[in-house]
Design a binder for this molecule. Structure first.
Ligand SMILES: NC(=O)c1ccc[n+]([C@@H]2O[C@H](COP(=O)([O-])OP(=O)(O)OC[C@H]3O[C@@H](n4cnc5c(N)ncnc54)[C@H](OP(=O)(O)O)[C@@H]3O)[C@@H](O)[C@H]2O)c1
Length: 265
């Protein structure tokens, strides 16, 4: 039996919808009551993989690294002691290595690879929706400090399609790592031009000061700053992606980012 976790989340709910459309046989797990099994990875006693041989582990949320690492460790420990044979994990692209939240993903990859179970690692690129939302315009201007370099962002829909392509035949994807960055990169100046607003980038210290006035959790400020700094330095662009090996016709990530950027104005 196959189990998909995190099914109240934006990515995992898309995966569930697509897996259902394809007629795949699976059950769901979430902290929410709507799932087949209610599990909270912060509480190992709630993790029940009875009868599960293939686990699709959606990475578990935004938090300090020690919390995310503990969550993922709880899942992998429970899986290996409860008879799971194969874990498919949603990680983060190599191009995102300088982001604040890359560390917990790399830790989880290593933990999985040393677990003795079969694994497949989907190294998801940064969501186009996330870039669009951070680059939302206000009064006809985008003022975030992205710099001018391109970003290889990818839509959540494409990442869900990639996940389902793997779930259709997990054995064919045993012990493989897929880099799933977007194949057609775009810059924030491209985005501004497409939605007909001005791009007036600020600098990092101005943005940090602005973020510190908002009601954010402590880990969120460095996390967001790492996205801007990596973009500015050109590290979020890559020419190396395996996306088309799983999704032959990826969507236009810039169009996805524009939809989010204009939705939030
Ligand atoms: N590629 C990117 O751009 C990017 C950016 C940021 C983060 N991510 C990672 O990608 C994941 C999925 O993205 P998303 O857009 O779907 O995020 P989302 O809508 O915020 O969903 C958060 C996910 O984390 C799960 N989760 C959080 N705490 C959990 C816990 N204690 N136990 C079990 N599950 C827990 C949620 O599961 P339930 O609510 O169903 O329990 C849900 O699937 C995120 O959780 C994050 O790790 C990716």
């Amino acid at each position: 039996m196959m189990l998909i976790t995190g099914t109240s989340g934006q990515l995992s709910s898309l995966i569930v919808a697509k897996a259902k459309e394809l007629g795949l046989n699976f059950i769901t797990a979430s902290r929410s009551l709507n799932a087949d099994r209610q599990m909270d990875f912060d509480h190992i006693e709630t993790i029940d993989f009875t009868g599960v041989d293939t686990l699709f582990l959606t990475s578990a949320g935004y938090a300090e690294d020690d919390i995310v690492i503990r969550r993922h460790n709880n899942v992998i420990t429970a899986a290996s002691t409860q008879g799971v044979k194969h874990i498919v994990y949603t990680s983060l692209s190599y191009a995102s290595d300088h982001l604040g939240f890359a560390l917990a993903h790399r830790w989880t990859e290593r933990r999985l690879q040393e677990s003795g179970m079969a694994w497949t690692i989907l190294r998801n690129g940064l969501y186009a929706e996330l870039i669009g939302s951070l680059a939302s315009s206000y009064e006809g201007r985008i003022t975030a400090p992205f710099g001018n370099e391109e970003i290889s962002a990818v839509s959540r829909e494409d990442l869900a399609d990639a996940a389902v392509a793997v779930l259709k035949d997990t054995i064919a994807h045993n012990n493989k790592v897929y880099e799933l960055s977007g194949v057609k990169s775009f810059s924030v100046p491209d985005l501004a031009q497409r939605i007909s607003v001005r791009y007036e980038p600020t600098d990092l210290s101005t943005e940090r000061s602005r973020l510190e006035t908002l009601q954010l959790l402590p880990f969120q400020v460095p996390m967001l700053m790492s996205i801007y700094a990596s973009s500015m330095a050109g590290f979020l662009k890559t020419n190396s992606s395996d996306l088309t090996s799983l999704v032959p016709r990826p969507r236009d990530a810039l169009a996805t980012a524009c939809t989010t950027a204009t939705k939030e104005t």
